[in-house]
Design a protein around this ligand. Sequence first.
Ligand code: NAP
Length: 546
Amino acid sequence: MVFDPSQGATTEPAVEALDAVIIGAGFSGLYMLYRARDVLGLRACVFEAGDGVGGTWFWNRYPGARCDSESFYYCYSFSEELSQEWTWTSKYPEQPEILRYLEHVADRFDLRRDIQLGTRVVGARFDDAADRWEVETSRGDRVSARFLISAVGCLSSANVPEIPGLGRFEGNWYHTGAWPHERVDFRGKRVGLIGTGSTGIQATPVIAAEADHLTVFQRTPNYSVPARNAPLTEEELRKIRTHYAEIWKRARDSFGGFPYQRVERSAFEVDDEEREQIYDQLWQDGGFKFMWGSFNDLLFNKEANDTAAEFIRRKIRETVKDPDVAARLTPTDHPFGTKRPPIDTDYFETFNRDNVSLVDLRESPIVEITPRGIRTEAKEYELDVIVFATGFDAMTGSLLRMDIRGVGGRSLREKWSEGPKTYLGLQIAGFPNFFTITGPGSPSVLSNMPVSIEQHVEWISACIEYMRAHGSTRIEATEKAEEEWVEHVRQVADLTLFPRASSWYLGANIPGKKRVFMPYVGGLLPYRERCDEVARRGYEGFDLRP
Ligand code: NAP
């Protein structure tokens, strides 16, 4: 970092003057730092709340944590050398392997010297006269930067529901998104797990294999497709490395950032028998392909969706031996894919174990946590450990936890009181020079994240480069462009089945959170084209000031 004496002379304590402050050292922050520092030559630093790099993969160390996207495309594409030298061991790598990858990236590109760990950004205020951000951290750093870039991630603010009595619980409790670094030993323990989203579904079989007894507290049953994880063979790795250029092109030109062959057929273009064969084959193959590689109308047409939903329901009934348990595990209240679809390893099979039981919270909701366990309306369950797999205050939680104030001291919290508003998910009117990597209003969580992250980082870098070339010190989304984009995001979502589920995409998992469909569902390729077009037209919809 470069110390600017002219600022230090007048301000106490000393203020460091930088070109860019980046918040977060996960996938987004690491790449943003690389682009800002090593490609653009900016003075940049990253503040990271965790004691290590890795973001999501630093925090989510719960048993069974692994990636739901395949390793060879859930990674960076920006460095051919990196792609060629890194060896993934399996199709769906476990959390420690992805963390090792990100640590390797930090070392390989010598990023650590500009990352300050264990430091949370607590606030940032825009200085209207200087066109700079003044940033404050939990450690008392005060930094001035031309650009403030959020790389806080979409799922990083853990949601521990406010259930009365948690403070009195005499056992241990953990949230999956803030898991301890030390091994949690479940042997001989009675464990209660709340939540059956992607996380709970990954954790359930692994905890069940170790605990004395596992009780799963389920509010909403979920559709889940087998992952079919397997080691990657030498031959597969060789093929992947040879075809990386093609793989990335396909991923970038796709709807969701996955390099699958695009499907153009509707679920009703084939007869019942062929449809069944297609689902069967994809069920055997495993993973997200079931959704993205089957039919193109599952998320738009309820009848088409019903064919996939019914197929999965039948698989649950076939897998789970106790018909009552199977019925409780069977989702009926939302279309398949309208909540983020989990993929699993033996999730439904786990309910055939003698040491696993299911509590349906729709039948008997949780009343309180007692010193000895969880009490529902029906009974008290005695537990030694409670695991909250209850998700996140998604997309906005981590941004709003900081006190970010734009023009005129207006806070982001106030601006977003009716739900998040952005232009392209990249910028917010009234908050100049502030960029949000994979912010609300961009495809982000509906896509394979690294592909979306790279697109945003590269767009932001190009924008800063453009500003430098044009002698501009300030860029701000216009109110009009923002309003139009917010309306477009809403309209596109309304064309799909997504709004029919009470999902975290809508903020429905957080009591009191305004229900707004937050990610952009129009697809990665059209979105990228739109962003590129905006840039080509001299950053249309933004005010650029010298
Ligand atoms: P989630 O999808 O929000 O699931 C949370 C679960 O907790 C839901 O079953 C929810 O029920 C339940 N819940 C929340 N509050 C509750 C309460 N007060 N009482 C009872 N139950 C409650 O969270 P998640 O499973 O952590 O997943 C979040 C996202 O992280 C995923 O959708 C995915 O995008 C990402 N993720 C990715 C991976 C990966 O492989 N890359 C792995 C795990 C997670 P309701 O459904 O009724 O709200």
